[in-house]
Design a protein around this ligand. Structure first.
Ligand code: ADP
Length: 399
């Protein structure tokens, strides 16, 4: 069996696959690590068990995961050795990691060095790998990086027009995120269209709490909306997206805010939450907008406008577009947002069939209108499966 681990700052998500990846045997989330109200949800087939318990740290979270996996009642393994490989999500691989790798001392060193780029995320990913190595001695661990897929973005698209040496000396460049999702979804889209990925120019709209718009040409990421940190590009649940950096100087120098305060504003108090004043959750924002809340309507309008603008820019950057692909929480579930985005993009040859748009999740991924020149698809993302696939491939190659 193959285990995937996604270790965040306050949660640990896991998924256990059969060795051929045909079946998801169990999955779970340990939530609110280090906070009050900790709990674990463990799923096997259709059954879900919730265990409520304070979880002090990541070590305690792993202990709880092992209890669940090995439990005589809700467990699915009898000994840790049944797990033949473990795949981990890592947020930032810097310029060091261009693809997934099997963990060794050098990889751990590289991961630690990349923590400067993702100080909130990478240390948790590292803690997860270390804990897995302790609990499953001798079992190979693979790391799959969110940034890796975007390492193909060419220099003219990833470099910032700052002093060149400042950037190269300090690793300052566009890195991009959600790469594992974009890689999975772009291949799935090509499969749905029945065309080789090498022949396609696609824009992937990963619209979750975090938002990435990705230009994928010939199967490679050629530009992507998130940059050096994780708040630029599109407005997100609580992150600002693009704004004039002069505002940061204004907030600090004129209004006397501390850099920590400004950072908290950019990452945690902006986006849908900041605009609407109500919620970071698109469903709630859309519902309130429909009920006449003007600030929520503004949040929806800004989100949709920025999205259309980015899609248009990437269609131009790739000199053409074959497919527009929606994925993640909002992209997969909100027919309304898809409709609003696509209704302004007729100039690109994008047109959707509203009946198909409504049933997209029920096995109808292609929602294009009959006369559309560009295919519009709704493709559920599956980052865990991508991690498991890389883990299986790399460990098989090594065996
Ligand atoms: P994360 O980045 O945390 O993995 P998800 O991919 O789960 O996020 O996406 C969460 C977002 O998806 C939230 O803004 C949520 O409101 C939105 N969402 C989920 N279902 C719907 C829906 N039916 N309509 C609109 N938004 C939805």
């Amino acid at each position: 069996m193959i285990l995937t681990i996604n270790c965040g700052s306050s949660s640990l998500k896991y998924q256990l696959y059969s060795a051929d990846l045909a079946e998801v045997i169990a999955s779970g989330i340990i939530a609110k690590i280090g906070e009050a109200g900790g709990y674990a949800d463990h799923k096997v087939d259709d059954g879900k068990t919730r265990i409520v318990r304070d979880i002090a740290d990541h070590q305690a979270a792993f202990t709880l995961m092992m209890e669940n996996l090995l439990s005589p009642d809700i467990g699915v393994i009898t000994e840790p050795a049944q797990i033949i490989a473990i795949g981990h999500r890592a947020v930032h691989g810097g310029s060091t990691f261009v693809e997934s790798v099997i963990v060794d001392d050098q990889v751990m060193e590289g991961l630690r060095a990349c923590s400067t780029f993702a100080p909130l995320h990478n240390p948790c990913n590292i803690a997860g790998i270390e804990e897995a190595m302790r609990l499953f001695p001798g079992t190979p661990n693979v790391v799959v990086f969110d940034t890796a897929f975007h390492q193909t973005v060419p220099q003219h698209a990833h470099v910032y027009a700052l002093p060149y040496e400042l950037c190269t000396d300090h690793g300052i460049r566009r890195y991009g995120f959600h790469g594992t999702s974009c890689r999975y979804v772009s291949q799935a889209a090509a499969d749905i269209l029945g065309r080789p990925i090498e022949a396609l120019s696609m824009v992937i709209c990963h619209l979750g709490n975090g938002v990435t718009i990705d230009a994928v040409k010939g199967g490679q990421s050629v530009d992507t909306s998130i940059g050096f940190g994780t708040f630029c590009g599109m407005p997100m649940g609580t992150r600002a997206g693009d704004f004039d950096p002069a505002i940061i100087f204004h907030l600090v120098k004129t209004l006397g805010m501390s850099l920590d305060e400004v950072e908290a504003i950019c990452y945690k108090k902006s986006g849908l939450l900041g605009l609407s004043g109500l919620s970071n959750d698109m469903r709630e924002v859309c519902e309130a907008a429909a009920a006449g809340n003007k600030r929520c309507q503004l949040a929806v309008d800004v989100f949709v406008y920025q999205l259309r603008k980015q899609i248009g820019a990437y269609a131009a950057a790739m000199n053409g577009l074959d497919a527009l692909v929606f994925t993640a929480g909002i992209g997969e579930n909100s027919a309304e947002i898809r409709k609003l985005v696509c209704s302004g993009l007729g100039v690109l040859g994008i047109a959707i069939d509203e009946d198909l748009n409504q049933i997209a999740r029920n096995g109808h991924p292609d929602i294009s209108a009959a006369d559309a020149r560009v295919a519009t698809l709704v493709v559920p993302t599956d980052e865990e499966r991508m991690i498991a696939t890389d883990t299986l491939q790399l460990t098989m190659q090594r065996a």
